[in-house]
Ligand binder design. Structure first.
Ligand SMILES: [Zn+2]
Length: 448
């Protein structure tokens, strides 16, 4: 009897062990691929009301079928800091990018713009290089000058030099892409006509819409409206180049960055919400916060204005997700921060730089062995280690985040190493491109 019992216990234990062992989990046959789609400033408090109205069917599906959640960001929520933390897994104190511009003056006595050369830590693609994996980057924040890598690096200065009518700047185009000879092929995707770009992206002509409102307030002279046509053309170029490289290249990691959501959210509240409503909000702030129902209503109002931007994003994201070649790829769709209301100098503001605690971004993950449902708070620092884990590459102990293992149905052994930043390539500063970038940041109100 005792023996029988023991045999039974042994069988139960053996079964339980097999069921829980890593071998029983999803085994992926091919080498894993990770795709990161970065959407600047995307936030759930704008997406959710649009999903509820049936206007964003893809975001609805993603939320229902895959893993989703908030991505805790760092304060102040300045894009170069955060995107660099996402790609390094490290805090600004380690990677060295603590603003848009360096706090030290350069030889001309000016505060120079940070570039890829100033990043002190290895980026994901440097780590892939060491492991002989291939990366394709499109428009990643602070990727200019494009550092050599095993793959293609279309830097964030490509889009502005591509649309320049200035011949000198056009000649500089090859300096914005690695390998430089690829720039000629990629610039062919440029549709320089604003009307045509509006038509194919379905984005509204916001400056024209504002003009029709006849508010009598001269916002149209603001650089954010003056730059809008160029930004639409740039966004379409980035989208088409990303789509082309995604379909034609082989890679282990693909990362693309889109900017338009941040741009439009920067002017949506200021220009398209009428003064009477703003006064209601002003009066309703109690202890620095709006009552919940009013806040929800105010987000919904902004969501209605920015809806076409998210619908255009759905089209691009859908193109990536539906590509059969990458059916089993890991997709990470994320933003660097959200936007929120706060009260400053007796008036309500809507922004991401300014609130005491920066508003969180979004994250959505899809892939084999990723559990669906709400992700318990993930942090910007967790992305890089998660990508390394998914690719089965050694992790870096010096990262400030950890792989999001709680999302995964499988485990494999983790190894550790220390990834070092490669010495940046020799480089001649391009004052003209720097100046253009500076003007763009001024237009967004990031720099005075
Ligand atoms: Zn941002």
């Amino acid at each position: 009897m005792e023996v029988k019992k023991n045999i039974l216990l042994f069988l139960i234990l053996a079964f339980a062990f097999t069921a829980c062992s890593p071998k029983a989990a999803t085994v992926k046959k091919d080498r894993p691929v990770v795709v990161i789609l970065g959407i600047d400033g995307a936030c759930w408090n704008l997406i959710d009301p649009l999903v509820a109205k049936g206007r964003l069917p893809l975001f609805k599906e993603l939320k229902e079928k895959y893993a989703w959640g908030y991505l805790r960001t760092s304060t102040p929520a300045k894009s170069p800091i955060i995107w660099t933390s996402i790609a390094t897994g490290k805090t600004q104190a380690k990677h060295g990018i603590d603003d848009f511009r360096s706090k030290k003056k350069d030889a001309r006595g000016k505060f120079s713009m940070f570039t890829s050369r100033d990043i002190r830590e290895a980026l994901l693609w440097d780590m892939l290089d060491v492991n002989r994996r291939r990366s394709v980057l499109v428009n990643w924040y602070l990727s200019y000058p494009p550092q050599p890598l095993n793959g293609v690096n279309v830097s964030d200065y490509f889009r502005s030099s591509a649309i320049s009518s200035n011949d000198k700047k056009k000649n500089m185009l090859s300096q914005t892409v690695f390998p430089p000879e690829r720039s000629a092929e990629l610039v062919k995707f440029l549709v320089p006509d604003y009307r045509q770009a509006l038509k194919s992206t379905n984005l509204p002509d916001f400056p024209e819409l504002y003009k029709q409102m006849n508010t009598g307030i001269g916002y149209l002279d603001l650089p954010i409206f003056k730059n809008y046509p160029e930004w639409v053309v740039q966004e379409k170029l980035v989208d088409d180049v990303a789509d082309h490289l995604f379909r034609s290249e082989d890679f282990d990691l693909f990362a693309a960055y889109f900017k338009m959501s941040d741009v439009v959210q920067h002017f949506a509240f200021m220009s398209f919400i009428d003064d009477a409503y703003k006064k209601i909000l002003d009066r309703s702030f109690v202890n620095g916060k709006l009552p919940d129902d009013l806040e929800t209503q105010a987000y919904a109002k902004i969501a209605d204005i920015v809806c076409p931007v998210y619908q255009n994003l759905e089209r691009s994201i859908g193109r990536f997700l539906n590509n059969k070649k990458y059916r089993d790829a890991y997709f990470i769709i994320l933003s660097d921060h959200g936007f929120s209301f706060f009260f400053r100098n007796n008036t309500v503001r809507y922004n991401h730089v300014g609130p005491e605690i920066a508003p969180d971004g979004i994250i959505i993950m899809r892939g084999p062995g990723i559990k669906p449902g709400k992700i318990k708070l993930a942090r910007i620092y967790d992305i890089a280690p998660t990508v390394l884990y998914l690719l089965d590459l050694p992790l870096d102990r010096r990262m400030d985040g950890e792989p999001l293992l709680r999302l995964l149905t499988f485990r494999h052994d983790s190894h550790y190493t220390v990834y070092k930043k490669k010495k940046p390539q020799p480089f001649k500063k391009n004052l003209e491109l720097d100046e253009k970038n500076l003007q763009e940041l001024k237009a967004l109100g990031y720099i005075n």
